[in-house]
Design a protein around this ligand. Structure first.
Ligand code: ZN
Length: 284
């Protein structure tokens, strides 16, 4: 099943993309895609409800804004340097344990929303990533059981202001958390859509030129390892996101580095998770 949300920012309604590719409004199901939905087996209940009611669901108007495909979660846990090539281009050693950092959940926006350069930003960079959506409360989970805690997957652009991240001292969170720095979607694919998350092509272009082109087979720490590992340090709640890290090809790693300016167009995708497109705009 593919979940979407549509409507104005902060007022999104739930929908799905059906097997025929139609965008259906499922507001009549009565639940949005948040913690309670995932915790109470919402994916299975929605599938059952659709068997009886899909024929009566209105189609979503073409041109309607598509929002992030889930309600703002309790946290976004990001994994740093999780592709060998990206660690090399960042001039950092490949970690022996996952590198974790947080990204503010207020950074979340829709897959086609504009990305806004923060005030004073000079080094805005892209990072296409596979993000994992947690399906049930996870604390001290064994790696062998970890996949039971995964609800699905979503395409994520982990926008990063490198000067704030790397030149202002302290933790990376400062360069990762501005408004619009976490476009999600176009849709959330549940686990049945993605039988193996470790064999997906992953790519990003800027102004039509390919910068990132890789495969999730190259993840250093794989999805079950990450879910289990993170759950040793904190409780993951249903709907929480783990962003698994970016492959090589970010602007920081180029010689000379190439950073985003207003008017630049990012297009990104992951096999089975759709394609997103974001235009960079100036802060107003
Ligand atoms: Zn990242």
């Amino acid at each position: 099943m593919k979940l979407i949300r549509f409507g104005q920012p902060g007022k999104e309604k739930p929908g799905i993309i059906d097997p025929k590719g139609r965008y259906l409004n499922v507001s009549a199901f009565g639940e949005d895609y948040g913690e309670a939905f995932f915790e109470n087996d919402g994916l299975a209940r929605l599938a059952g409800w659709l068997d009886a009611h899909a024929a009566n669901c209105p189609e979503i108007r073409p041109g309607e804004r598509i929002g992030p495909p889930l309600v703002r979660p309790s946290k976004i846990v990001c994994v740093g340097l999780n592709y060998a090539g990206h660690a090399t281009e960042s001039k950092m050693a490949l970690p022996t344990e996952p590198v974790l950092f947080f990204k503010s959940t207020t950074a979340i926006c829709g897959p086609y929303d504009g990305v806004i350069l923060p005030k004073g930003a000079t080094k805005l960079d892209w990072e296409v990533e596979l993000a994992v959506v947690i399906g049930k409360r996870a604390s001290y989970v064994d790696e062998a059981e970890a996949m039971q805690y995964v609800a699905g997957y979503v395409l994520h652009n982990d926008l990063s202001e490198r000067a704030y991240q790397l030149e202002r001292g302290g933790q990376w969170v400062k360069g990762k958390s501005a408004d619009t720095f976490a476009p999600l979607g176009p849709f959330l694919a549940d686990k049945t859509e993605i039988p193996d998350p470790h064999r997906l092509d992953i790519w990003l272009k800027v102004n039509g030129i390919s910068f990132q082109s890789s495969n999730t087979a190259d993840l250093v720490f794989k999805v079950p390892t990450l879910v289990s590992y993170i759950s040793q340090f904190m409780t993951l709640l249903p709907g929480d996101l783990i962003s698994t890290g970016t492959p090589p090809g970010v602007g920081l790693g180029l010689d000379p580095p190439r950073y985003l300016v207003p008017g630049d167009v990012m297009e990104l995708g992951i096999e089975g998770l759709g394609v997103a497109r974001q235009v960079v705009g100036a802060h107003r």
